[in-house]
Design a protein around this ligand. Structure first.
Ligand code: C2E
Ligand code: MG
Ligand code: MG
Length: 767
């Protein structure tokens, strides 16, 4: 039986970084390759056949050289001939060995130019050259020069013999033992390094992310393990989950060397019958096979899907090699599993699982790509199904899902390949494609026909937010944000409308966002404060109240109008804590005025509808009163008219409760909202505030008409009236004559700081 031990060419692997494209890296037949022929028949077949064992004879005595060579003439050990290297001194040996490698045995004379020359060479060989495998047999003329026992151990010296001890027979025995030992050391070493490489390379495989990169890495790696150039191919079932979820039959997923052109080829189309059958066999029977000039390795891929690699070899592999490859393949199976998982995760990260459409992340990725090709004139459109929340609520989520699916399918079918369709969130779809194909009229046509759901037609209207990428300078994520801004505006208009995002829109939004940030900071840093504007009885001039008005001075010292920042605070929810603070502060100020004996009857505080809607708003007011010790009837809440009307049901209850507590209620900006009279009649309010706009009208051709109407209405309803924005004596006079009892305005006083209140009050009553 012939057997050949081919030890894997492993040092090469150290340089083989997985993931690197190895196809251009020549695979050298490294020095570590070693053949042990127990039968010389095949020498002629392969390039390594003529290999020999290198024996170095190091001795300063020429006769010893000749005698040794003569004694070993024509000797074959483990099927190889011997090859001699002759050196005569320590210095010459160092020089020679520096250029040599793979010396199996060194027959070393101890005493040469010096008594220690031989032992010093041993140190050089082991420590500097780091030849650990080479066997050393020390020879000496005189027994007295034997090395110390620990030197023999430390320097791994095989044998120590006096020269006359070494008869031909003994020399042959010693040499054979040394060569055998050299060979075994190399075998073990190579296997150990092989296993190490397998572990290292398997680990680096698992961080690879693409199946194809992985696959070509596999071919390279197997070839490298065998010390042959990468010539081969890898076949896998096509339904390994690729990024797009495509599936197919077995086909070539990686190829190298002269197989390169077979990339992506279905297995049936591989012309070489042997290759095709080998792969098919491996994939069908799930086993590896080894032939004289090739092997087909099987490893189970992701989800047990079979993968097979066909690799060409110059010669058959030994059993040890096959076992090593077995270990490698089972590792690959695990790696491939990981890879599958990574793909699955990717799939989840980039795909919407309900509609199996690309998701928001993927959409942004595509916008980024589109932005890299500005010449393409592309557009981002967000489509939002109108009233989808109601559809879900009324008809159920399953129905909602069906509707989304129907919408997605129609868009996919009608828009074609050039449009990238994604699901951005709930009922929002993203479209990316050429401007011409995404015109609003075209898209609207898509929704003209009802969608068929459970055999019934469902008419759907949608709103659109559009961003043209032509000339767009921000990022992909920004483009989506901007499209959302436009969409939000469109939805604010009316059902079925669309808005094209403009630069100005973006600037406005970003400025608002910035202002919002600053407002939050200002509140946290106590940079907000209250100003108080006096309210007086127009006939007696008596001070009857103050209105607390919020002020914000920015870090730069700019006063921002509450008309600008209150809506922001409402929008961000900050109004809740801000409003509570206003209430507390105003109550405390009022108490201080009372303590000074100069307080008017009431303190007016503006309240936002957002505050009113809070379930604990009444408790907040109670706490402010209790905290400050202010009596409820000294507090008046100002609520704007439009707000009272918009959420009447919310108000009725809480207003009644405030009434019970004794807190007064004024309707602010009266005349600007759309109060229904019958409703106003029902609301338990104390006062109407005539809006500044109608006071201003007194000076215009319109005259005091509306102010008068409001006054009469108030009187009919038994309410008190107060006018805001009195700037002239004329306003005052007109308002007083029409029967408006109270007023406030710059003519009387501008809103002032708390610190100035006492002086102003004293001053006013002295006038
Ligand atoms: P508002 O409640 O109708 O307050 C009256 C506004 O008219 C105040 O503006 C006041 O400074 C201004 N004003 C008073 N007399 C005159 C005048 O003779 N001529 C002119 N041109 N203006 C006059 P301000 O302080 O800018 O407040 C604007 C609005 O901001 C308020 O209108 C109110 O709706 C809101 N606001 C102010 N403070 C608060 C607050 O603490 N909470 C809430 N929710 N809203 C507040
Ligand atoms: Mg007010
Ligand atoms: Mg007002």
């Amino acid at each position: 039986m012939q057997s050949r031990c081919y030890i894997l060419g492993l040092t090469l692997l150290g340089a083989c970084n997985l993931g690197e494209d190895m196809s251009n890296t020549p695979v050298s037949h490294d020095d570590d390759e070693l053949f042990i022929e127990e039968d010389g028949d095949h020498e002629a077949h392969h390039p390594h056949a003529a290999r020999t064992w290198k024996i170095a004879i190091v001795d300063d005595d020429e006769d010893v050289h000749r005698a040794t060579e003569f004694a070993l003439l024509d000797v074959r050990i483990l099927n190889r001939r011997l090859e001699f290297i002759h050196t005569y001194s320590k210095a010459q040996t160092r020089e020679c060995f520096a250029k040599e490698s793979d010396i199996a045995v060194i027959l070393l004379d101890v005493v040469m130019e010096t008594e220690q020359a031989g032992l010093e060479l041993v140190g050089y060989i082991r420590d500097e050259l780091k030849w650990r495998d080479s066997r050393i047999i020390l020879r000496t003329g005189q027994p007295g020069y034997a090395p110390e026992e620990d030197a023999i151990r430390d320097y791994d010296i095989n044998d120590y013999k006096t020269k006359n001890e070494l008869t031909r027979k003994k020399l042959l025995t010693a040499l054979t033992a040394a060569i055998r030992s050299y060979d075994q050391i190399r075998t073990i070493d190579a296997s150990r390094r092989g296993l190490h490489q397998i572990i290292v390379s398997s680990a680096s495989f698992s961080v690879e992310d693409g199946i194809q990169r992985f696959a070509s890495g596999v071919i390279t790696q197997i070839a490298a393990l065998c010390g042959v150039p990468p010539e081969g191919l890898l076949c896998a079932q096509g339904d390994l989950p690729d990024e797009l979820g495509h599936t197919s039959r077995f086909s070539v997923i990686a190829s190298a060397g002269h197989f390169s052109k077979l990339m992506n080829c279905p297995i049936e189309d591989i012309a070489n019958v042997h290759v095709r059958d080998s792969l098919r066999h491996a994939l069908t029977y799930r086993e590896s096979s080894f032939h004289q000039h090739d092997m087909t390795l099987y490893f189970s891929g992701h989800g047990n899907r079979p993968v097979a690699a066909f690799i060409e070899l110059p010669y058959a592999l030994s059993e040890i090699d096959q076992q090593l490859l077995g270990v490698f393949c089972s590792n690959l199976g695990v790696c491939l599993d990981n890879l599958g998982l990574v793909n699955q995760l990717k799939n989840h990260a980039y795909r919407d699982q309900l509609l199996m459409l690309p998701n928001r992340l993927k959409f942004i990725e595509q916008i980024v790509l589109a932005l890299e090709q500005p010449a393409a004139k592309k557009m981002v459109v967000l489509i939002d199904i109108d009233d989808f929340a109601e559809i879900n609520d009324v008809l159920g989520h399953h129905y909602g899902d069906l509707l989304l699916r129907a919408v997605a399918n129609r868009m996919k079918q009608e828009l074609g390949e050039s449009i990238f369709l994604a699901r951005i969130s709930g009922d929002v779809f993203g479209l990316l494609g050429p401007e011409v194909s995404l015109q609003p009229e075209i898209l609207r046509l898509l929704f003209a026909k009802p969608f068929l759901i459970a055999d019934t037609g469902h008419a759907v209207s949608m709103s659109m937010g559009i961003v043209a990428l032509d000339g767009y300078t921000s990022s992909g994520a920004d483009a989506l944000k901007d499209a959302s801004i436009a969409l939000k505006r469109a939805k604010g208009h009316h059902r079925g409308s669309y808005i094209l995002f403009t630069r100005e829109m973006g600037i406005e939004i970003r400025e608002r966002a910035l202002l919002m940030q600053q407002l939050h900071k200002a509140f946290d840093a106590d940079r907000l404060f209250l100003a108080y504007q006096p309210q007086i009885d127009l006939s007696t001039r008596r001070l009857i109240g103050f209105e607390a008005l919020l002020r914000w001075r920015t870090d730069e010292g700019i006063l921002v109008s509450p008309s600008d920042f209150i809506p922001l605070a409402e929008h961000s929810g900050l109004i809740i804590s801000l409003g509570a603070w206003v209430l507390r502060t105003a109550c405390h100020t009022m108490v201080k005025l009372q303590e000074a004996g100069l307080a008017p009857e009431r303190m007016g505080v503006n309240v936002s509808v957002i505050q009113f809607r809070q379930a604990d708003f009444i408790a907040t007011v109670e706490a402010a009163l209790k905290d400050s010790g202010l009596a409820p009837h000294c507090l008046e809440l100002e609520i704007t008219e439009s707000v009272t009307m918009a959420s009447a049901d919310v108000f009725e209850d809480s207003l009644a409760q405030f009434k019970k507590m004794g807190v007064q209620i004024a309707i602010d900006d009266f005349g600007t909202g759309f109060s229904s009279l019958s409703y106003l009649d029902k609301l338990p309010v104390d006062r109407l505030k005539i809006d500044i706009a109608f006071v201003r009208q007194i000076d215009t051709p319109e005259g005091p008409r509306i102010a008068e109407l409001i006054t009469q209405l108030g009187k009919k309803l038994g309410l008190k009236l107060i006018a805001e924005g009195i700037e002239t004596e004329h306003h005052w006079q007109v308002l007083q004559e029409m029967g408006c009892h109270e007023g406030q305005g710059f003519l009387i006083a501008k809103p002032m700081m708390e610190a100035d209140l006492l002086d102003w009050i004293k001053d006013w009553s002295a006038r």
